[in-house]
Design a protein around this ligand. Structure first.
Ligand code: OSB
Ligand code: MG
Length: 373
């Protein structure tokens, strides 16, 4: 049984190697919340809260997550005496939404519990896949030619699936350019909710000509009904990202026929227990899932790797090498991807990567310690 003692929140600032542009905005540097949870004997677990800088992907930001954790999650944990990582979700259930805040804390407790059990986190979670399959997400670029250069680099690096960000005005032409050069790669697109059913159904239908693995979240975040209508009109599989925040969202999406693939993000669904439940439900319904990314530092990336070893994660995820994002990652060794586009999960206890404490200390711009007793 765990006896939680203390939580530490830090904000670190990490510049991205290159700006990352989506339909909702551009990231140049990341403000990342690193969470440490301590037990009564001083053992530590690490988590990363994936809430970004702005409330444009979903409603959360690093600021809202900080408040939710320090003002509400920590007191609930202090009063509930949770003994297992698997019970954190129940203890924090009175908090509505704010799953990235909850998920960061929950993930840290899973790491702590795995370390205390002297087991790799991925095995502790019940993961079985000996290696995970990796893809890349490529942001909007200044021109189709520049995009093609980026795609070429990633295909040559061995990544198994290329995902292009699209938005109205930068869609069909991008896909056509990449498809002409690479007729056989696994290719998908992600719209981050930039389209509207009534206005754009015909345009989205044109994507059927390019043999895409999926179109991710074309319509509004939260919407299931219009996605179901769109899925009936197009042949390309819809994958939901923003619209799936809970197991019940996933159940409803499958009942309605809103998607044929689900992207699972640890933060968006509130942690490992919820992620595992969603992948299990999807697997039982023959719906493949894959691990999404939020431009995580090494700690969040290590959690994504662990999650991706669960049996339902059959499609390549947006889990790629540290060096695609950062000059220097905060874990050692950095995450690397093999020439065949795979990552082998680490064998050490917990997340299995050493966390570079001195580097984190140097990058810290804000820190708060919160008692859990
Ligand atoms: O929708 O998958 C997304 C990044 C930030 C916010 C949302 C998304 C993304 C990505 C990048 O696509 C995935 C990654 O490489 O971490
Ligand atoms: Mg997405």
């Amino acid at each position: 049984m765990l006896k939680l003692n203390k939580l530490e929140l830090r904000e670190i600032v990490l510049p991205l190697n290159a700006p990352f542009e989506t339909s909702f905005g551009t990231s140049v540097e990341r403000r990342i919340m690193v969470i440490r949870v301590f037990d009564k004997d001083g053992a530590v677990g690490y988590g990363e809260c994936t809430a970004p800088e702005n409330p444009f992907y979903n409603h959360e930001t690093i600021e809202t997550a900080w408040t939710i954790i320090s003002k509400f999650a920590a007191p609930l944990l202090a009063s509930s005496n949770v003994g297992n990582a698997g019970d954190i979700g129940t203890a924090l259930a009175p908090i509505r939404g704010n799953r990235m805040a909850i998920g960061g804390v929950e993930a840290a407790v899973w790491d702590l519990e795995a370390r205390l059990a002297n087991k790799p986190l991925w095995q502790h979670l019940g993961g079985t896949l000996p290696e995970i399959n990796c893809g890349v997400s490529i942001g909007l670029q200044s021109s189709p030619e520049v995009l093609l250069e980026k795609v070429t680099r990633e295909v040559e690096a061995g990544y198994q699936r290329i995902k292009l960000k699209i938005k109205p005005g930068q869609d069909i032409e991008l896909v056509r350019t990449v498809r002409e050069k690479y007729p056989d790669i696994l290719l998908s697109v992600d719209a981050n909710s930039a389209y509207v059913l009534d206005r754009d159904a015909e345009l989205l239908k044109q994507l059927d000509d390019y043999g895409l693995l999926m179109i991710e979240q074309p319509l509004a975040a939260g919407d299931l009904v219009d996605h179901a209508r769109l899925q009936r009109k197009i042949d390309t599989a819809i994958c939901l990202d923003e619209s799936i925040t809970t197991l019940s969202d996933a159940k409803h999406a499958l009942i309605l026929g809103s998607c044929r693939i689900i992207n699972i993000k640890l933060g968006r669904v509130g942690g490992h227990a919820a992620a595992r439940a969603i992948q299990e439900h999807a697997a039982n319904s023959n719906i493949p899932v894959w691990c999404g990314g939020m431009l995580e530092s090494g700690i969040g990336r290590a959690h994504n790797i662990a999650m991706s070893t669960l049996a339902g994660f059959t499609l390549p995820g947006d889990v790629s090498a540290s060096a695609r994002y950062w000059a220097e990652d905060i874990i050692d060794p950095p995450v690397t991807v093999s020439a065949t586009g795979t990552i082998t999960p680490p064998s050490g206890p917990g997340i299995g990567y050493e966390v570079k404490e001195p580097l984190i200390e140097k990058l810290t711009v804000r820190r708060e310690e919160i008692s859990l007793v």
